[in-house]
Write a protein that binds this ligand. Structure first.
Ligand SMILES: [Zn+2]
Length: 164
């Protein structure tokens, strides 16, 4: 079964991820199993951060392609190594994020619930543009800020009030 859909219809980040995966599998003479491509399809379809369980459900329900937990785990590890996905570990929850090349992005990660929000900053853009980088031409960046989102802050305030 060939799981690669027409690349013209896919977004740029997915095309890039497919190239990385193809290149790796060819170079290392690994079989191009349909599981790996189905998992990549599901990963690219995830809008936010996701857990291994959520990805498994997406494969099962949306793509009708059930994959064992072990295969999911190994494939996600491979994707992390190839920088197709980023792994976040917040409290005791491991979540994954598909690396879309957003150019210049600042991500605010809630260290309580794991929610990721994007922000832009002209000041940081300018700072990066004026940084002196030795033998390096920077074309994009991703900056992760860790803290507590407003929903979690509100929950904490409510819990505190109850305790008093
Ligand atoms: Zn939160």
């Amino acid at each position: 079964m060939n799981f690669k859909a027409n690349p013209m219809k896919q977004d740029e980040a997915k095309v890039r991820a497919l190239e990385i995966l193809d290149g790796f599998l060819e170079q290392n003479k690994h079989r191009k199993t349909s599981e790996r491509y189905a998992i990549l399809d599901a990963v690219a379809a995830m809008r936010d951060n996701f857990t291994l369980e959520e990805l498994g459900r997406k494969l099962m329900n949306d793509l009708r392609f059930p994959v064992s937990r072990g295969t999911l785990y190994n494939t996600l590890n491979l994707f992390v190594k190839l920088r197709i996905v980023m792994r976040h570990r917040i409290l005791n929850v491991t979540s994954y994020e598909f690396c879309r090349n957003e150019g210049r992005s600042i991500k605010m990660v809630c260290s309580t619930c794991g929610k990721v929000s994007l922000m832009k900053s002209q000041v940081i853009d300018n700072t990066i543009d004026t940084l002196h980088m030795k033998r390096f031409k920077c074309d994009s960046y991703a900056l992760y800020l860790y803290g507590i989102c407003s929903t979690c802050q509100a929950k904490m305030t409510r819990t505190k009030k109850k305790d008093n």
